[in-house]
Design a protein around this ligand. Structure first.
Ligand code: ATP
Ligand code: MG
Length: 354
């Protein structure tokens, strides 16, 4: 990873909160659904996976390798744990970046028990030699252990017990086709619908023993960017606010007031998103404007704007990336209560009626 990539990754982590602090991590673990029935939403993936696992169980066999693709915080790690639980198999967790040498992978593979589930997070970030070794392990349950160095080196084949590899990646397209093709099943995780996120919030609130009205839960869900991890995090912050400022109960008013404190607006936009969109609208008349100019205007790195703020803004139909630069969509003007300038008219929006 280059420095820029590392910084961007760190920023994304901060935003989605993959790296939670100690307390948050413990809470996150406590909130994880334990089986497929408890897992909310993702109907397609759940149905498909249910068939794969049931069939394997009925045959008394080890389940086929599973690839899970989807944005951070949608439940890939949770699903890998569920797969192991449903198969009543032990689970080993590792990640692509942790495997730098083929030897690291040999060590893990050769210590697997029969039927074990090996979860390989960020599988697209594995080194090339490790990846090639994985091909053989997945297909033939065999690895070549290299003994010695140089011309005298020999490859000793080592049989592996059957195991289930569960790979996770943000996009299946990031994997080289030979690797992708070795998975028996690929589950594409989608962003969650508001109603599904509401169920996530209700479930988590029950586990955290916080009283929540339907409107309160809907308010938290609506600002969670289609992502359960964000829903759980916002719920915890709203709970804090409700405890300190009110009687502990989460109503719509409490959720609104709490999320205003944390600068998460009605659509789930945070401070950075609003800065980017605000600059695009107010300084550049809605664009088009180049990424670098926009980044300078908000005092951020290009990568931060392009990879942290923009994906959500594009997904929400607020911003478009065009060959001529970034352009604000009509919904963006509306969200800021501004009226877009007329075509060919002077740049810059006027304050709207509200
Ligand atoms: N379908 C779901 N139902 C209820 N809670 C969920 C669901 N999916 C995820 N969660 C909750 O969201 C949190 C994040 O899920 P998880 O860690 O599995 O995401 P992930 O896709 O592995 O993210 P990353 O890519 O960052 O590793 C967990 O605490 C879990 O409780
Ligand atoms: Mg994960």
């Amino acid at each position: 990873m280059t420095r820029d990539e590392a910084e961007t990754a760190a920023l994304i982590e901060r935003l989605v909160g993959s790296v939670a602090d100690g307390e948050d991590q413990a809470v996150e673990a406590a909130l994880r659904p334990k089986d497929l029935n408890e897992f909310i939403g993702q109907e397609k993936v759940r149905e498909q996976l249910d068939l794969v696992l049931r069939a394997a169980r009925a045959r008394g066999a080890t389940a086929d390798h599973v690839l899970l693709s989807g944005a951070p915080g949608l439940g890939k790690t949770t699903l890998s744990m569920i797969i192991a639980a449903e198969m009543e198999a032990p689970l080993r967790i590792t990640s692509g970046p942790a495997i730098q040498h083929a030897g690291d992978l040999t060590a893990i593979l050769s210590s697997l028990q029969e039927g074990e589930v090996l979860f390989l997070d960020e599988i697209h970030r594995m080194s090339r030699p490790a990846e090639e070794m994985l091909y053989m392990a997945m297909e033939d349950f065999r690895v070549d252990v290299i003994v010695g160095k140089g011309p005298g080196a020999t490859a000793i084949p080592l049989e592996l017990p059957p195991f289930t590899l569960v790979g996770a990646t943000v996009r299946a397209g990031l994997l080289p086709p030979p690797l992708r093709d070795r998975f028996g099943f690929t589950g594409h995780m989608e962003f969650y619908e508001p109603a599904e996120l509401e169920r996530v919030v209700h479930r988590s609130a029950r586990l955290l023993e916080v009283e929540t009205t339907s409107e309160g839960a809907a308010e938290v869900a609506g600002r969670s960017r289609g992502t359960p991890r964000i829903a759980n995090r916002l719920l915890r912050r709203v709970r804090d606010y409700a405890q300190v400022k009110a009687d502990g109960r989460i109503t719509r008013e409490i959720a609104e007031a709490a999320l205003a404190v944390y600068e998460v607006d009605a659509r789930g936009l945070d401070r950075l998103d609003r800065a980017v969109l605000g600059a695009l609208l107010k300084l550049f008349g809605g664009g088009p404007v180049g990424l670098s100019t926009l980044a300078v205007a908000v005092g951020e790195e290009r990568e931060t704007v392009a990879e942290v703020a923009e994906p959500f803004l594009v997904r929400e139909g607020l911003l478009a990336r065009t060959p001529r630069g970034r352009v604000a969509m009509p919904a963006a003007w509306e969200h800021f209560g501004l009226v877009p300038p007329r075509q060919g008219g002077p740049a810059g929006g006027r304050e709207g009626p509200h």
